[in-house]
Write a protein that binds this ligand. Structure first.
Ligand SMILES: Nc1ncnc2c1ncn2[C@@H]1O[C@H](COP(=O)(O)OP(=O)(O)OP(=O)(O)O)[C@@H](O)[C@H]1O
Length: 186
């Protein structure tokens, strides 16, 4: 029997997204967890052409708007020397635990199954277009984050010259901001 999930999105909107992003099909592998941000977990990984990369796992069905905002930013500024390069994105359906349910893909359809029964009983299905994860592939920045740098000061703050350097470099990304940033970085 077919059910409609509460988070099901209109077909037209979702279809256009899955046309843009393709499944990784072995081109991307995930390794150790690097950290977690607002969009999701970030892993060190390997891309078939780029080599070592950072892979951000973003659940579109949880917060599509912020994922799309981040992608738009990366596409626009990923080429800047102070922003991790954006190498692309792949989509995949969650195959394991998700919202305490077991999900499985068969013939491009996503099924919800009773994991306690064998063989697995199919109780619900929906198209992949309505429920997927985006794997955002970025340049791997091995030097660590600003947070790591600050935590190494043992409760002290960064030196003023360092703070000045970081602010100057951040402002270089968007010199068009209404802070008159171009005069600050001169
Ligand atoms: N390109 C990268 N290379 C190496 N590590 C990364 C990379 N991007 C993110 N990380 C690691 O993953 C963590 C989470 O990153 P993410 O960009 O998701 O969130 P954030 O910038 O920390 O916070 P927010 O989501 O609120 O902007 C970072 O703190 C960092 O440790």
């Amino acid at each position: 029997m077919l059910f409609c999930a509460p988070w099901r999105k209109p077909q037209a909107e979702s279809r256009s997204l899955s046309e843009i992003y393709k499944p990784p099909d072995g081109r991307l592998t995930k390794d150790v967890l690097l950290g977690e941000g607002g969009t999701g977990e970030v892993y060190k990984g390997r891309h078939h052409r780029r080599g070592v990369v950072a892979v951000k796992i973003a659940n579109i069905s949880r917060d599509e708007e912020s994922v799309m905002r981040e992608l738009k930013f990366l596409q626009q500024f990923g080429g800047h020397k102070n922003i991790a390069s954006y190498y692309g994105a792949y989509y995949r359906a969650p195959l394991t635990e998700c919202s305490s349910e077991h999900l499985e893909v068969r013939n491009d359809l996503l099924y919800r199954v009773h994991s306690s029964q064998s063989p697995l009983e199919v109780i619900e299905y929906m198209t992949l277009n309505n429920f997927y994860i985006l794997q955002i592939v970025l340049e791997y920045c091995g030097g660590g984050s600003l947070h790591t740098l600050i935590s190494r000061t043992n409760g002290q703050s960064l030196k003023e010259t360092w703070i000045g350097y970081v602010c100057k470099e951040v402002l270089k990304v968007r010199p068009d901001l209404p802070l008159n940033a171009s005069s600050l970085i001169a």
